[in-house]
Design a protein around this ligand. Structure first.
Ligand code: PRT
Ligand code: MG
Length: 218
């Protein structure tokens, strides 16, 4: 049995067409089903539905052989838990966005940086933000949030946020502007390193098929 960890929403929706190209169809839609383990048209492949940030954990411990996670999630996971047991990140080219610094429209970020001001930055991506600002030599107080980062500057919690942006619509709707791009993000296929050895003959054709599907669609 091969177990693939996916999260609901974007990751499932954008991985499904790649699976379809590889001839694999999930037997249920996680958006409407309450099942957390979903079969597929391939009897030896099942999908486990987990939170996006939990995908690397399932794969690292071998509870899933494969998983699909955003590079944002993988960067934070690696900073906190290391990457022992994780192998073969393959860029699937899906769920694309960028990790950015954004500030309220009226805030002069460039001059605050030039003056060496200490910035309060709210983010879910504490490790990536810490590394980015340290490299730039900007002093920051990082405030950990679990969601709706866009609210933090509007509510007076922070001067700036570090968050994902795709269309920019959410920033515009909240009168925030992007002032730095930290990283370009897309979803990666990750594998459990031990499974890659012990289940190689089962896993490699699937990994290759997903790589080919990603290649063909991007
Ligand atoms: O939502 P939940 O708390 O359950 O989990 P999650 O937010 O970790 O998962 P999900 O499904 O929202 O995102 C999964 C992955 O999709 C992320 O880890 C990213 O790699 C990728 N991705 C791609 C995005 C976006 N684009 C994106 N735009 N994840 C989130 N967003 C959010 C962003 O945080 C912001 O609030 O969308 C908003 C901005 O979108 P625009 O289009 O208005 O710019
Ligand atoms: Mg989300």
């Amino acid at each position: 049995m091969i177990t693939l960890a996916l999260s609901k929403g974007r990751i499932f929706e954008e991985t499904a067409p790649l699976l379809a190209r590889a001839g694999i169809v999930a037997s249920e839609d996680p958006e409407t089903s309450r099942k957390l383990i979903i079969g597929t048209s391939r009897p030896d492949l099942r999908i486990v539905i987990v939170r996006a940030a939990d995908v690397p954990t399932y794969v690292q411990y071998g509870a899933a052989d494969l998983g699909v996670a955003g590079r944002d999630v993988l960067l934070e996971h690696r900073a906190q838990w290391g990457e022992a047991g994780l192998a073969q990140p393959l860029d699937l080219g899906i769920a694309r966005c960028r990790l950015c610094v954004a500030v309220p429209e009226g805030f002069d970020y460039a001059s605050a940086v030039r003056r060496g001001a200490r910035l309060r930055v709210a983010t879910k991506y504490v490790a990536s933000a810490r590394e980015f600002f340290a490299e730039k030599g900007v002093h920051v107080d990082l405030i950990k949030l679990y969601g709706s980062m866009e609210l933090a500057p509007l509510a007076g919690l922070a001067d700036a946020i570090v968050d994902l942006v795709s269309t920019g619509g959410t920033l515009r709707a909240n009168r925030l502007v992007e002032v730095e791009t930290i990283a370009h993000i897309s979803a990666r296929l990750i594998a459990n390193a031990a499974a890659l050895k012990t289940k190689r003959t089962a896993l490699m054709p699937l990994i290759d098929a997903l790589a080919a599907a990603a290649e063909a669609t991007t």
